[in-house]
Design a binder for this molecule. Structure first.
Ligand code: AMP
Ligand code: MG
Length: 308
C-alpha cells in the first residue's frame, strides 16, 4: 500500500482519484463528493451498494451552505456545539450534490471532522470529501492504516497514515423530522449530549439506508452471550472484570479493564481485527450498559454479529 502525504493526496483527489484518510472516528475512503467519477470509484472499491449513501466531509461551517438547501435552527445549534467532531447531520441537499453521493436521496449527510490533518486535506483539495469507512462493505471498520491496507490494497490510490483513530467508532448520524433531531446511528455524540441541546424525536425511523442488520462484521462468528462452558478454540472480547470461566478461552482481549466506555470504543475495532486474525472458531462478547457510548458500542456489536 502506498503511504502518501496530504499534499500528494490532494493532487490525487483533484484528478478524481480515491485515497484512504484518517479521521478521529475511523479511516475514510475519500473522493470528491461533488464528482460522480470519484464517487463511483469509492462504491466500486468498497463493493458498496449504491443505495447506501456517503457522508460528505467539510472543513468549515460555511461550506455547509453549499451542500444543504435548508439548515434548521436545531441543526445549527448542534453544529455549533459538536463541530468539529463525530456528529453527522442529514439535511435537504442542494442540486449540485450528485444523487450518486446520497444514494438517490433528497438529503445529504455532512460532517466536519475534528482531526486537524483531515481538515487540512479538505482545504488543500478545495472541495468536500465523500468518505465512507475505508473497508469492504459490511466488514470491520479500520481504525489504523494497517487495517485499511489489509482490506483495500490494490483497490485505492494511496493512504494517508494519521496513526490510530482517537474515538474508534463511526459518527453519530442525526436527521431532522418535524424540526426535531432523530438519531439514525448512535455514536460518540450521545443521546444524552444531544438532549442537553434540544428535544429529540425518539421514533428512530428507517430513514437511514445504511443501517443494515449485518455490518461491521468480523469473519469469525460472534456470539453476544457468554457460554457456561467455554467451547474449544474460543475468543473473548471482555469489558471490565473477566468472567469466572475466563481461563477457558484461547484468547482474551479486554475493551477496558476499568469498564470505561470511551476506552472501549477506541479499542473495539482494533481488538475485533486481532481476534478475527487468530484462527478462532468463535468469538464471545458481552453488551455494555445501555447508556452514553454504550449504546453506540452495542449497536456495532449487534451488527457485527448479524441476525442471530
Ligand atoms: P459510513 O459508511 O460510516 O460512511 O456511513 C454512512 C452512513 O450514514 C450510511 O450508511 C447511512 O446510514 C448514513 N447516511 C448517509 N447519508 C444519509 C442520508 N442522506 N440520509 C440518512 N442516512 C444517511
Ligand atoms: Mg461503513
Amino acid at each position: 500500500m502506498i503511504h502518501i502525504s496530504i499534499e500528494k493526496a490532494a493532487e490525487i483527489l483533484k484528478r478524481n482519484g480515491i485515497v484512504a484518510i484518517p479521521t478521529e472516528t475511523v479511516y475514510g475512503l475519500a473522493g470528491n463528493a461533488l464528482n460522480e467519477t470519484a464517487v463511483a470509484k469509492i462504491f466500486a472499491a468498497k463493493e458498496r451498494p449504491f443505495f447506501d449513501p456517503l457522508i460528505v466531509h467539510i472543513a468549515e461551517f460555511g461550506e455547509l451552505e453549499n451542500l444543504a438547501a435548508e439548515i434548521p435552527q436545531n441543526a445549527k445549534l448542534l453544529a455549533e456545539k459538536f463541530w468539529p467532531g463525530p456528529l453527522t447531520l442529514v439535511l435537504p441537499k442542494k442540486e449540485r450534490v450528485p444523487d450518486l453521493t446520497t444514494g438517490g436521496l433528497s438529503t445529504v449527510a455532512v460532517r466536519m471532522p475534528k482531526k486537524q490533518i483531515t481538515r487540512d486535506l479538505i482545504k488543500l483539495a478545495g472541495f468536500p470529501l465523500a468518505a465512507p469507512s475505508a473497508n469492504m462493505f459490511q466488514h470491520l471498520s479500520p481504525t489504523n492504516a494497517e487495517h485499511v491496507a489489509e482490506q483495500l490494497s490494490g483497490r485505492i490510490d494511496g493512504i494517508v497514515d494519521g496513526g490510530v483513530c482517537e474515538i474508534g467508532i463511526e459518527s453519530t448520524v442525526v436527521g431532522f423530522e418535524n424540526a426535531l433531531p432523530v438519531i439514525y446511528r448512535p455514536g460518540a455524540v450521545t443521546y444524552e449530549m444531544i438532549a442537553e441541546i434540544s428535544q429529540l424525536d425518539k421514533s428512530v425511523g428507517n430513514a437511514s439506508p445504511g443501517m443494515l442488520e449485518k455490518h461491521y462484521s468480523p469473519n469469525t462468528s460472534l456470539c453476544l452471550e457468554l457460554p457456561g462452558e467455554v467451547p474449544p478454540n474460543s475468543g473473548l472480547l471482555a469489558f471490565g472484570e473477566l468472567p469466572a470461566n475466563a481461563n477457558g478461552f484461547a484468547k482474551i482481549f479486554n475493551l477496558s479493564q476499568n469498564a470505561n466506555p470511551t476506552e472501549a470504543a477506541a479499542n473495539l475495532y482494533g481488538m475485533l481485527h486481532k481476534l478475527d486474525s487468530c484462527g478462532l472458531d468463535k468469538i464471545f462478547a458481552t453488551l455494555l450498559p445501555e447508556t452514553g457510548l454504550g449504546n453506540a458500542i452495542n449497536d456495532r456489536l449487534l451488527k457485527a454479529r448479524g441476525i442471530a
